[in-house]
Design a protein around this ligand. Structure first.
Ligand code: GLP
Length: 241
């Protein structure tokens, strides 16, 4: 596991450069994209490169990590809506080539199974962008998640619902209790992983991720088993290393 400490805007540029390099080699690369504030600078930096004609995602494909269960169509906090606004709308990727787990499905277990198949059929994820929760979760793999888990239904912890209430106008009751998420085992199959963590609130999660024992208590620690991970942290997020 490599650790890069840089300013948030520099992190965005570094990862966008890496994605542009991947696309130069493989225009139809498969990206794993994440919601949340952490990857926003990456998407902005990537959009600048697309606008400048330096790279293109026209042939790329993308898979999201997770989705809430039970949010009505059109709800702005649905991760499908978020990723379309923050990533898809900014770059030149084909909207039909971006897919997430189906939180509306009648049979959620079947939806999870189909999502795993879709990732496999695409040849797997070349580069996965991740954030990390304050409790160490990646995607929505909350503490206690099996380190070998696959895409499945999860119950959100009180901490994550509290952290994410800001996307529901601060109304904790409006935050769903369940989600679909790629499992830790699913994420580990990405060929390359870049994780972004910024701000003091992430310092403990980053310290555990990098220096803690691998444990379901801090799900991100499973990335220590991945052969090609870089953690990009700003000074505040790296302050407990
Ligand atoms: C959410 C998402 C994660 C994300 C995390 C951190 O719960 N499911 O994929 O990494 O929160 O979010 P942020 O980057 O906004 O701090």
């Amino acid at each position: 596991m490599e650790v890069v400490i840089a300013r948030e805007d520099e992190i965005g540029e570094l990862i966008a450069d890496e994605i542009a390099g991947l696309l130069a080699d493989r225009p139809d690369a498969v990206l794993g994209v994440a919601t949340g504030s952490s990857p926003l600078r990456v998407y902005e930096a990537l959009a600048r490169r697309v606008d400048a004609g330096e790279t293109s995602l026209a042939r790329a494909r993308a898979f999201t990590l997770d989705e809430y269960v039970g949010l009505p169509p059109g709800h702005p906090a649905r991760y499908d809506a978020v990723i379309r606004e923050e990533f898809v709308a900014r770059v030149d990727i084909d909207p039909a080539a971006v897919r997430g787990p189906d939180g509306d499905a009648d049979d959620l277990d079947d939806a999870c199974h189909r999502y795993e198949e879709a990732i496999r059929d695409a040849g797997g994820v070349d580069l996965q962008i991740l954030g990390i929760g304050t409790d160490g979760h990646i995607a929505f793999n909350e503490p206690g998640s099996s380190l070998a888990s696959r895409t499945r239904v999860k119950t959100l912890t009180a901490q994550t619902r509290l952290d994410n209430a800001r996307f529901f106008a601060g109304d904790l009751d409006a935050v769903p209790r369940h989600c679909l998420t790629q499992g830790l085992g699913t994420i580990l199959e990405a060929r390359r992983v870049v994780l972004v963590a910024t701000g003091e609130a992430k310092a403990q999660a980053v310290a555990q991720l990098v220096e803690g024992a691998v444990s379901a208590r801090w799900p991100g620690t499973v990335l220590q088993h991945h052969p090609d991970v870089t953690v990009f942290a700003d000074e505040a997020a790296a302050s407990r290393l």
